[in-house]
Design a protein around this ligand. Structure first.
Ligand SMILES: Nc1nc2c(ncn2[C@@H]2O[C@H](COP(=O)(O)OP(=O)(O)O[C@H]3O[C@H](CO)[C@@H](O)[C@H](O)[C@@H]3O)[C@@H](O)[C@H]2O)c(=O)[nH]1
Length: 337
């Protein structure tokens, strides 16, 4: 029988793509999304409308903070797996509205964990971020590196989620995987992300802001690669190790069925090369507005994705130029530009 997967954040960028992938493999998917107005709600509604064309997809609109509603949905659906992707995302917005991160990411995630515990799901999977590596300078970032220097409340709430997840995995024998995502981009992407903003503004002839004068590096990860990684990790639920023995390079907890896994492209791309690839794809030059480093921003990210490969045999590998082409094609069609 097909597995049943409850995904939070199905109207969001990553949740939409994951639901699509799972539906294509005949999973039964239940979505839960708060439709928050952090960005254009019409885009969220369009994503949900696309998913709802599949009879194996149903969805509920609700806040993560609404424990009663979330429990009711989860109990009624009886998921085998919960994938928790809904969150207050965005690095720089967390300086403007820190409380939104506490509400969604701390309280909301707690509610999801409680439901997972009560329903004894086979695997709880939750999103964390490369931002938890904070001020770390040793690259590429590995899951076994110490990660104690978060630079924003956003990153801090995600690190808190990792700790919360560990405690529930330990106490309730709840197999839990936390993903650390690296700057995900692609079609149906978020309007607050650099790629969306850059394409939109270049096409309108408006200047783009280039933080830290372009001396920035990101491990840009193509969304379809990312959800493929999640899909494969679904079948690699962690098991509490016997006598605390953990294989070399594995982030598995010595005491709980819990691990964190990077999902990144393992390619450190210079922001200016990213901008040039966008210009090439659009056939149009950007007007550049060079700016200083933004508070809370990290200068570079770069994933060691060996653990993902060891667990699944898979590595994300879309070249950023190809991913940008696919985003631009979607953007032009969707916005008729
Ligand atoms: N958003 C944005 N980014 C800009 C801009 N100008 C330059 N950038 C730079 O472009 C790069 C990519 O920025 P984003 O696409 O916003 O991604 P991010 O800061 O890496 O954060 C994303 O990835 C994280 C995981 O690694 C996520 O946790 C986070 O929510 C977000 O999706 C960063 O170096 C950022 O400083 C701008 O006007 N807007």
């Amino acid at each position: 029988m097909s597995e049943r997967v409850l995904i939070t954040g199905t109207a969001g960028f990553i949740g939409y793509h994951l639901a699509r992938l799972l539906l294509s493999e005949n999973y039964v998917v239940r979505g839960y999304d708060g439709m928050s107005d952090y960005y254009d709600v019409a885009l969220k509604r369009r994503r949900h409308a696309m998913l709802l064309q599949d009879p194996n997809f149903t969805a509920t609109e609700g806040q993560l903070e609404d424990a009663e509603l979330f429990n009711r949905v989860a109990e009624e659906f009886q998921p085998d797996v919960i994938v928790h992707l809904a969150a207050q995302a965005g690095v720089r917005y967390s300086l403007e509205n820190p409380r939104a991160y506490i509400d969604s990411n701390v309280i909301g995630t707690f509610n999801v964990m409680e439901a997972a515990r009560r329903l004894k799901v086979r695997h709880l999977m939750m999103a964390s971020t490369s931002s938890v590596y904070g001020a770390n300078e040793d690259m590429p970032f590995a899951e076994t590196d110490k990660a104690d220097t978060q630079l924003t409340i956003y990153a801090a709430t995600k690190k808190a989620n990792e700790s919360m997840g560990h405690s529930y995995a330990h106490l309730w024998d709840l197999p839990t995987t936390m993903f650390r995502f690296f700057t995900v981009y692609g079609p149906w992407g978020r309007p607050d992300l650099a790629l969306f903003k850059f394409v939109d503004r270049i096409l309108d002839g408006r200047p783009i802001d280039i933080y830290n004068h372009g001396e920035m590096y990101r491990d840009f990860t193509y969304v379809e690669d990312l959800v493929r990684g999640i899909r494969l990790l679904m079948d690699a639920a962690p098991v509490r190790p016997v006598d605390g023995v953990v294989p070399e390079g594995d982030s598995l907890s010595p005491v709980a069925p819990f691990r964190v896994v990077n999902i990144g492209n393992s390619d450190k791309v210079r922001l200016m090369d990213f901008v040039e690839a966008i210009e090439q794809s659009l056939g149009q030059e950007a007007i550049r507005n060079y700016m200083d480093m933004q508070p809370g921003d990290v200068p570079a990210t770069w994933a060691n994705a060996d653990l993902l490969h060891t667990l699944t045999g898979y590595r994300p590998q879309t070249d950023v130029r190809d991913g940008i082409e696919r985003f631009v094609a979607w953007f032009r069609e969707y916005y008729d530009k």
